[in-house]
Design a protein around this ligand. Sequence first.
Ligand SMILES: [Mg+2]
Ligand SMILES: [Zn+2]
Length: 208
Amino acid sequence: MKNRAVFLDRDGVINELVYHPEFGIIDSPLNPEELKIIDGVPEAIKKLNELGFKVVIVSNQPAIAKGKTTMELFNKIREKMKQELKRAGAIIDSEYYCFHHPEAKLPEYRVNCNCRKPKPGLLLKAAKELNIDLSKSYMIGDGLTDIIAGKLAGCKTILIGKLKCDICKLMDELDARPNFIAKNLTEAVEIIINNEINNEKTYKPLKY
Ligand SMILES: [Mg+2]
Ligand SMILES: [Zn+2]
């Protein structure tokens, strides 16, 4: 039997985004000190572990390509994230990152790749390597690029964001309408649980 996965975007889903008011930009954490796990995330991931989903991070990380951080610091951030989650009993089964950027400062990363979301490359690679049934899997992210990648891979999609229709027009223009919207990962996991129960109801034969 194939595995089912919940694919998680990292920044804005697992950890807080970092706002740099002096530059007017919202960015990934660029060093371990800037990494802050969002409240409730370890518990939510633990629940996904218990439900039998593979929990897989799929994330664009162009900061190294742009010269804003180093692979060494990036790996320290990864380790800190996984340790903090593990302390709460939450396990990340696998991680897939795209380090490319079409306008990268560092030439080795200046690639028009197939893995940078909204392209579905990271999900397709994970599906192959981890024997995942994409049609029974979910993609959760806080960006429309996550939703597009999830849809292109054939997953159900959950957008993390506030319930304002600022992006509704954009969702339609980009063909990026998610199946669900949740305010955080905790709520997204509740949606998955409810959706699974409802699907089961549909398929269960009626008993008299
Ligand atoms: Mg994000
Ligand atoms: Zn890539």
